[in-house]
Write a protein that binds this ligand. Structure first.
Ligand code: SF4
Length: 367
């Protein structure tokens, strides 16, 4: 069985009918229970649950403290190539966008690593555009070996790899994989992925499972909120995380909540997700999966991110640069998207401490 069968099982489900049938009393009953079922989770994403955010926040805060303590793990992205052969309607690296393209050499990657490591960051997320020609698995693995000289954890967000490539990557020291489905709704997925290998919905959907099967230590999933109805997308993200955690209990599963940001090129059909709705998503996810890490990036503003700390977010990117070569400066190109929280790592640490939480630079290391 693959997660595709779970997604298919919801294909004809009447989401709108279910969501509008949820009333305040049902939400109250769900919040008085310790265990949250799949349908309870969906009910917590309903319009009726929006009237119970304070109660949800109290529970989420308690569960987060139980599972993660008062700590927020910091990491930073490092972009090493922005060549991409896909045409995703929502992305600045889209093949058709006339931006300057760059792929870093190993020496340049080392320079980036040296600059970034000066900030104190110990966990990095290596990113590339999707091009097997410019950033094949061998290039990514070689780059990760360079990064491992400077950081304790190297995770990747690159083209979906085969099982064999993930096995090789894991043995070479890459310890985690991030892959966003972008849109779980198969029709919307087809609509926004205009051409390129990413158009293969099923291959992408099965990617987190291949990473789990390859014994990656951590796997991070998410939907790009704004492409399709946020309630359904948040629900399917939770289903995906739950499916993976049940089937691969030794892998640390985490979820992210990226919202569409301005970028080179234009995507007109954004179906907006308000701050309150994003908060509701984060709270519902924490109640549904208390032990799953929740991650929020610099796409969101400083104040908003800081306010999310006690509500269930326990991973933060900090001091991020989304340009290839952006940390060492000399090679900088256009960013993949505009960031909202441009604070330095030091400033982010101060903000976390000010809320009585501890910024963590690493919570594990391989020996
Ligand atoms: S989202 Fe990824 S695959 Fe799509 S255009 Fe951007 S970099 Fe390429």
């Amino acid at each position: 069985m693959s997660f595709y069968e779970v997604v298919s099982g919801y294909k004809d489900f009447d989401f709108n009918g279910f969501l509008s049938s949820v009333n305040s009393e049902r939400v109250r009953v769900i919040l008085s229970n310790d265990k949250i079922s799949d349908m309870d989770f969906l009910a917590l994403l309903s319009p009726a649950a929006q009237g119970h955010l304070e109660h949800m926040a109290e529970k989420a805060r308690r569960l987060s403290l139980n599972h993660f303590g008062k700590a927020v793990l910091l990491y930073a992205p490092i972009y090493i190539s922005n060549y991409c052969i896909n045409r995703c309607a929502y992305c600045g690296f889209n093949h058709d966008n006339s931006i300057s393209r760059k792929r870093l050499t190993m020496e340049e990657i080392e320079q980036e690593a040296i600059e970034l490591s000066k900030t104190g960051i110990r966990h990095v997320l290596l990113l590339t555009g999707e091009s097997k020609k410019h950033s094949p698995a061998d290039y990514i693995i070689e780059a990760s070996r360079v990064l491992r000289r400077h950081f304790d954890s190297v995770t990747i967000e690159v083209s979906p790899l085969t099982l064999e490539e993930y096995v090789h990557a894991a043995k070479s020291g890459i310890d985690g994989v991030t892959v966003y489905q972008e849109a779980y709704d198969e029709e919307v997925y087809d609509e926004v992925h205009l051409s390129g290998p990413k158009k293969d919905y099923r291959f992408r959907l099965d990617t987190p499972e291949r990473a789990c099967r390859a014994n990656m230590r951590s796997v991070n999933v998410g939907a790009l909120l704004g492409l399709s109805d946020w309630r359904r997308e948040a629900f399917m993200t939770g289903m995906h995380a739950n499916y993976l955690q049940d089937k691969y209990p030794s892998t640390e599963i985490s979820v992210s909540f990226p919202r569409i940001r301005p970028h080179a090129g234009v995507f007109e059909k954004v179906s907006g997700v308000s701050d309150i709705q994003l908060v509701q998503t984060i709270l519902a996810m924490r109640l549904f999966m208390p032990h799953v890490s929740q991650n929020i990036s610099t796409r969101e503003t400083a104040t908003f991110r800081d306010n999310l700390i006690p509500l269930g977010i326990n991973k933060f990117s900090a001091g991020s640069c989304t340009e290839v070569g952006g940390y060492s400066g000399a090679q900088a190109t256009e960013a993949q998207f505009e960031i909202s929280d441009g604070r330095s790592v030091g400033d982010v640490c101060e903000a976390i401490l000010a809320r009585g939480y501890q910024p963590l630079f690493k919570n594990w290391m391989s020996i």
